[in-house]
Design a protein around this ligand. Structure first.
Ligand SMILES: [Zn+2]
Ligand SMILES: [Zn+2]
Length: 460
């Protein structure tokens, strides 16, 4: 029996005119979440007109789902090539130039479709390889651990830097419910935490609409909010690997990909909580420390960023005249560049270039935003009041035995201080971090958060 709900079906392969004025489109058409789903792969391939897949997996995912995929293809008489990347002992394959080179060297030139068997790394690699070789892509997922299941970009590591490349969106996603539900709790919790992060990113998106008049769509935000609420209700079920809870989570992860198709950017799925995660990930790459699951870091970032919204909700209206008068006393461009070199090391040039283009810290833009923030202070504060309490998310993470504070995954205090103060420099995207900077509260808030969340023992 398929546990696929009605809601997701209506968003597959769809196009509709929205009240926001845009036509929203999603080309993603085939989503199968059920017991024994892999057995449906040969039939689906035939239906789509493909007959020679090139399979990509790693040692772990091959064992979990790769063997079954090969068997299903063999039984159906479909000719295929399978490349299994060797997972390093006690860790995972990295989505980097080595792995990509290995795939390229094993490539079957005659294959007409690329199939990745996995979720994180293998999905990213396959999606990118499919894009650069101009072939369609299909994903057999092994765990609902991150929100990039359906995505048109692939974050890959190149020269120790994480860079987002364009990639082929999957035309189909196959999830065997038993395999998905049997994934380690750590992975289920990471997927859920990635979704809980949407509470924050939706606030950031709306905030930018209020301050910068950025395009915002209520329909997309509502789709995501419903998916997040449902995931929030399912977190207890995830702790017991319940099928239904895993189905709800997987749908939410798929929906966040579809929501990005609808909006044409990653606004519905990524805000300041993701910038925290990206910042820490970069530091781990620089320090050559093994990576932590993406969603795990997003969960920690979400608690921190929601704290900022909770603070904003209670804050007295700032003295805007004093803020304006004090602008000349803020950090100089030279001092800021020095900080970027310290924090972003080899990646600093890109960050400095981005600021030259986006000018998000320029006094002129700042003054303009301050007038808007001053005029719309009540509206901004009303928005902040709708944010869930950071303590509530903290508790949900705890119930899933997930990491809740930076120290849980070895993120040092200094990295947290820097990610709060400078994480906003990673992208030209207005979030709660930029707002706090605009009203000259960011440094103070960074100290407060580090004091609260980077102690030896913490209570929510
Ligand atoms: Zn819309
Ligand atoms: Zn994410």
């Amino acid at each position: 029996m398929s546990s696929q709900s009605k809601s997701i079906k209506s968003y597959l392969n769809c196009s509709f005119e929205c009240s926001c004025g845009k036509v929203h489109k999603s080309l993603f058409a085939h989503y199968i979440f059920e017991s024994g789903a892999i057995r449906k792969l040969p039939g689906l391939l035939k239906q789509l007109g493909y007959n020679r897949p090139f399979l990509i997996s790693d040692t772990h995912t091959h064992e979990i789902a790769g063997c079954r995929t090969e068997e299903a293809l063999r039984t159906a008489g479909i000719c295929f090539t399978s490349h299994v990347l060797k997972s390093p002992e006690n860790s995972d394959v990295a989505a980097d130039e080595n792995a990509l080179g290995s795939i390229a060297m094993a490539n079957d030139m005659d294959a007409d479709i690329i199939i990745s068997i996995g979720t994180g790394t293998i999905n990213d690699l396959g999606r990118y390889f499919s894009y650069i070789t101009g072939r369609p892509f299909l994903l057999v997922a092994t765990a609902p651990s991150m929100d990039g299941l359906v995505s048109g970009v692939a974050p890959l590591i190149f020269h120790n830097m994480k860079i987002t490349f364009p990639a082929q969106e999957p035309l189909a996603l196959i999830c065997d419910s038993e395999i998905m539900a049997a994934a380690p709790l750590k992975m289920l919790a990471a997927g859920a935490a990635d979704i809980l992060g949407k509470y924050n990113c939706l606030l950031d998106w709306k905030l930018s609409c209020i301050v910068n008049n950025e395009y915002y769509c209520d329909t997309i935000a509502d789709i995501m909010r419903t998916a997040v609420d449902q995931t929030m209700e399912s977190t207890k079920g995830l702790a017991s690997h319940d099928d239904k809870a895993v189905s709800v989570l997987t749908e939410a992860l798929v929906l966040s990909g579809i929501a990005m198709d609808f909006s044409g950017n990653s606004r519905p799925a990524s805000g300041a909580e993701h910038h925290q995660s990206h910042y820490w990930e970069m530091q781990f790459l620089f320090d050559q420390i093994p990576a932590v699951l993406h969603g795990t870091k997003v969960g920690i970032g979400t608690v921190l960023m929601l704290e900022l919204y909770n603070t904003l909700a209670k804050m007295e209206k700032p003295d805007f005249d004093a803020i304006r008068e004090n602008i000349s006393n803020r950090m100089t461009v030279e001092a800021w560049e020095q900080e970027m070199r310290r924090c972003y090391r080899d990646g600093a040039d890109g960050i400095i270039d981005l600021e030259r283009k986006s000018k998000k810290n320029d006094p002129e833009g700042l003054l303009k935003r301050l007038s808007v923030i001053e005029a719309k202070w009540d509206e901004i504060q009303e928005l902040a009041k709708t944010a869930p309490k950071a303590a509530e998310i903290y508790q949900v993470l705890e119930e899933m035995k997930a990491a809740r504070i930076p120290a849980d995954v070895g993120i040092p205090r200094q990295y947290v201080l820097d990610s709060i103060r400078y994480g906003k420099e990673l992208r030209d995207r207005y979030t709660i971090l930029q707002l706090m900077w605009d009203i000259d509260k960011l440094d103070e808030e960074a100290d407060f958060l580090v004091e609260k969340y980077c102690q030896e023992s913490v209570c929510g």
